[in-house]
Design a protein around this ligand. Structure first.
Ligand SMILES: Cc1ncc(COP(=O)(O)O)c(C=O)c1O
Length: 385
């Protein structure tokens, strides 16, 4: 393939590993084969109807033009109210509403990192952080964690150099489903204060937690607001992945700088999607709890079935809707995932995509029947190796 007109920076931006698997699966589907998709990172539930209705009403009223680049005031105020329920004190001028949490992360990183800065990323991690850090010509530094995202402080602190500027944490974590306890967050806070670091805390799965666990926001910790960039969004909590709406919350001077990137890239988030998100925040229903109860049952189902598979071992995660089992075979996860797809028509994501070799990531945001059928095929596949 020619690289004639391609910029050097593209060398550090690999194609998405998850999308690679998805495209391979599409090839089989085009041939009429039924693939079970466990690589997906989105709820299979439909967006609640009251949210869709709010968007339609907004369209009919003609709310179809540019809005404030920060996002409409009422939505930012509602986000602040929502955050205050989690002990985080923000004002509407400390919020930037963006088309998806991903864009909030892009704005935040481009506005805060200089070329050569180092960013500590506990791994396994969602690979987008690495790519965006590299786009800013900064350097991601992996901090390997134990199973289920257990952070080792010695490794974390020893990895701090005079170039370190930020730590990125993501709890509940994609891909492991691990969550960080409050006492661990406090140790991270100590390290951040001691070395004067920013914390980018991606809390997009904060409501999807089990066994009565309550995720503590990093920004709610004592004196941490000033060094926190809190990222969240509507994709996972309200099953709104395709609507594209997220936000960053941070001190006003940081938000004012993130805003300059948004103004010059997307201008503003989509007008009527913001009205729908406002409705989502203002409506108190049991939808989310119902969704979580269903995920909770599927989590147990998939973990139990995975632990029956030869050479595979899986811990019970506390959050998100992924499991990240390890396997005990001398084969790279990319090769294994492709072989599984070819032979069983079950699509899963290799752990290497998340800097977690010898693991596989499976999403259980799919129907029970699909989990049962997929695991049956995987059991036969691993038995045959
Ligand atoms: C950890 C994490 N953060 C952010 C996102 C992106 O969210 P959004 O759809 O709001 O861009 C994802 C999506 O998979 C994710 O897993």
């Amino acid at each position: 393939m020619t690289k004639k007109f391609i910029a050097d920076r593209m060398n550090s931006i690999p194609p998405s590993g998850t999308i690679n698997m998805f495209e391979l699966a599409l090839m089989f589907e085009k041939k009429g084969e039924k693939v079970i998709h466990l690589e997906v990172g989105e709820p299979e539930f439909d967006t609640p109807s009251y949210i869709k209705k709010a968007a339609l009403e907004s369209l009919e009223k003609g709310f179809t033009h540019y809005t404030s680049s920060r996002g409409i005031y009422e939505l930012r105020a509602a986000i602040c109210e929502d955050l205050s329920e989690r002990g985080c004190k923000y004002t509407p001028d400390e919020i930037l509403v963006t088309p998806g949490a991903k864009h909030a992360i892009l704005c935040a990183i481009l506005a805060t990192l200089n070329p050569g800065d180092e960013v500590l990323i506990p791994t396994p991690a969602w690979p987008t952080y690495h790519v965006i850090v590299k786009m800013a010509e900064a350097k991601p530094v992996n901090i390997p964690t134990q199973q289920l995202y257990e952070i080792n402080f010695d490794i974390l602190e020893k990895s701090v150099t005079d170039k370190t500027r930020m730590i990125i944490i993501n709890s509940p974590n994609n891909p492991t489903g691990g969550v960080i306890d409050k006492n661990v967050l406090e140790r991270i806070a100590e390290i951040a204060s001691k070395h004067d670091l920013l914390i980018l805390s991606d809390e997009i799965y904060d409501r999807i937690v089990y066994d009565g666990f309550k995720q503590v926001s990093f920004a709610s910790l004592k004196d941490m607001k000033e060094r926190t960039i809190l990222i969240n969004g509507f994709s996972k909590t309200y099953a709104m992945t395709g609507w594209r709406l997220g936000y960053a919350a941070a001190e006003k001077y940081l938000i004012d700088n993130f805003l300059r990137i948004q103004q010059n890239s997307t201008t503003c988030p989509t007008s009527f999607v913001q009205t729908a998100a406002l409705k989502a925040l203002k409506t108190k229903t049991d939808d989310l709890n119902k969704m979580i109860r269903i995920y909770e049952q599927r989590r147990k189902l998939i973990v139990d079935l995975l632990n029956e598979v030869k050479n595979v071992s899986c811990e019970l995660p506390k959050g998100a809707f992924y499991v990240f089992p390890s396997y005990n075979l001398p084969i790279k996860s990319m090769v294994l995932a492709e072989k599984i797809l070819k032979e069983t028509k079950v699509c899963i994501t290799p752990g290497s995509v998340f800097y977690g070799e010898n693991h596989l990531r499976l999403s259980y945001a799919v129907a029970d029947e699909d989990i049962i059928e997929a695991l049956n095929r995987l059991k036969n596949f691993f038995n045959s190796l």
